[in-house]
Design a protein around this ligand. Structure first.
Ligand code: BDR
Ligand code: CA
Length: 312
């Protein structure tokens, strides 16, 4: 059993990822959820996760984090996630409230009180994580690893070479990648390789209450893929969770990764050194490269079926 904190900006795929984690209580002990501005404003993404937790019928401490990146202005993603950050499903407003503690203070308290180490799964921009490590560097040793959805080995999505989460706050990402804490990077390529086919999505409609909710999420979320003429869509943020549970489903390698913070065209790029042997690796990251697509999709269906069984 792994103790985890989830740092997120929900976001359709963030929600599906968190539901997948909730469905696997034997794997993940979720100590708390922290939010960060990214896909939408901090108010909207925090509201989205609170609404979903109430809808499912589960309680986790939710702590609000930073409302803007370290240096850049806020640049939300309405094309992918809509005006609310979670357009599509109609569920009641949240009754639950955030803890009132700032995200990085929640991280500090939780890490200080923990007997063992904690894994932090970051599926939004790295603003909270970067500022946390800068503010409380002495607590880095309490972090087992930081599993990140972000970056890409070769390509970007928001920019030709920059993926959204890193693009949104490259300055914070640099602090995290340079911190020396063990990093697992699930970049665009591995996420695309684990995509769900548009035709497969229909299966969610056959399930119970939670599966139907995910179906409604997917109907909006895969509109982006449809508009681009794709036959599948990546549930990006679910990939680091699935890797933590089932590393055998993935190909991965150890690479040096640097974050470009100055480039005119490549600001926000994860520069992955794929050249092969270049001497001793100084600060390698575990970079996920490829996923067993069918196994990933099965885990998503099984997770929602499990939630239907327990909370339906
Ligand atoms: C990432 O950007 C966001 O839109 C998603 O939630 C995911 O975390 C993919 O580039
Ligand atoms: Ca996200």
């Amino acid at each position: 059993m792994r103790n985890i904190i989830i740092d997120c900006d929900p976001g359709h795929d963030d929600i599906i990822a968190i539901l997948t984690a909730i469905a696997h209580k034997e794997e993940f002990n979720i100590l708390g959820i922290t939010t960060v501005a990214g896909n939408q404003t901090i108010e909207k993404v925090t509201n989205n996760i609170l609404k979903v937790l109430d809808f499912v019928g589960v309680k986790y401490p939710v702590s609000k984090g930073y409302s803007t990146p370290l240096v850049k202005p806020l640049d939300v993603q309405p094309l992918a996630h809509g005006a609310t950050g979670m357009d599509g499903p109609q569920i009641p407003d949240a009754v639950s409230k955030p803890t009132g503690m700032h995200a990085i203070e929640f991280m500090k308290k939780t890490l200080m009180e923990a007997e063992g180490k904690i894994t932090i799964v970051c599926i939004g921009p790295l603003t909270n994580m970067g500022i946390f490590l800068k503010t409380y560097p002495e607590l880095a040793e309490k972090i087992e690893c930081i599993a990140i959805m972000g970056g890409g080995v070769y390509n970007g999505n928001t920019l030709p070479k920059a993926e959204f989460n890193i693009y949104h706050d490259p300055d914070a990402a640099k602090i995290v990648f340079d911190s020396g804490v063990k990093i697992i990077m699930a970049g665009l390529e591995v996420c695309y390789s684990g995509s769900i086919l548009l035709t497969e999505t229909e299966k969610f409609a056959e399930g119970g209450r939670i599966s139907h909710f995910v179906y409604d999420l997917m109907k909006f979320y895969q509109g982006y893929a449809i508009r681009h003429g794709w036959d599948r869509t990546a549930i990006f943020d679910a990939i680091p969770f699935i890797y933590l549970m089932h590393p055998e489903l993935f190909k991965a390698g150890e690479y040096e990764v640097n974050i470009e913070t100055d480039g005119k065209y490549c600001r926000g790029m994860t520069v992955v050194d794929t050249r092969g042997y270049q001497g001793e690796l100084h600060n390698p990251k575990t970079v996920l490269l490829q996923a067993d697509r069918e196994a990933v999709v099965k885990i998503l269906f099984d997770s929602m079926a499990e939630l239907d069984r327990v909370y339906g």
